[in-house]
Design a binder for this molecule. Sequence first.
Ligand SMILES: O=c1ccn([C@@H]2O[C@H](COP(=O)(O)O)[C@@H](O)[C@H]2O)c(=O)[nH]1
Length: 281
Amino acid sequence: MAAGTPTRRPFGERLAAAMAEHGPLCVGIDPHPGLLEQWSLPDDAEGLRAFSRTVVGALAGQVAAVKPQVALYERHGSRGMAVLEETLAACAEAGLLSIADAKRGDIGSTMDAYAAAWLGEGSPLAADAVTLSPYLGYESLRPALDLARRTGRGVFVLALTSNPEGASVQHVGGERSVARGIVDAAGRENSGASPFGSTGLVVGATVGDALARLGIDLAGSRAPILAPGLGAQGATGADLRAAFADCWPQLLATSSRDILRAGPDAAALRSAALRTRDTLV
Ligand SMILES: O=c1ccn([C@@H]2O[C@H](COP(=O)(O)O)[C@@H](O)[C@H]2O)c(=O)[nH]1
């Protein structure tokens, strides 16, 4: 293979195909202690393994993507991270797109290492895409942006997060807000992509009218939009329709606890996911 040739189709194309087939839902894999208890699983690596296997087994071929929350594996140390590696491998094996919710961001030299870990060919933690925090400066993410392009993987850069505290940083600047700068920068990565590129954005399902107030053009960014906050954080399908009307084909809504609490029965988990997906179509 020629140097620089991606080893797989670009993430944006693969995500668009998965969304066309399964709809615009990503299910979070968030093995919270309370959920493990509810599923009668121990709060240890074995519990994580059973939880993760059940979710991947129930949802492969049913939803567009899953999003393992790295913090909930990391709290179990190296054993938890080994289960995360297994989970990402199981997704790849099942043809289910994985988005590692790691929210990495650091100075460029360290970012090189994070990029290699989450997006590098042959890395045990490599996912189809990873979430990134741009708050050391958007360009500090360059090693990950470039490696994702080379390996056919993707990134989702935090722009307007779903938590109420995010506004105190992201809304600063009004019409020239911090968030708008991030959206515009992601748009430059995706120029010419159709229907969207591989540099995604995280925009909370809970943002309400913030996009309009801040003059943010998500459609123009050609970014896939990962929207957490559906379900447990209070946002509904109707809220998403209202907030993201202009860029609906780019939207990948994500929900974790609200769906996961239907487990451990695989059929119940699948039904909960499909019910949620049906609120989006
Ligand atoms: O702005 C953000 C970015 C990421 N998240 C993550 O998504 C899930 C949401 O879980 P729910 O149970 O559906 O509330 C979780 O892993 C968060 O860390 C987010 O909520 N908001």
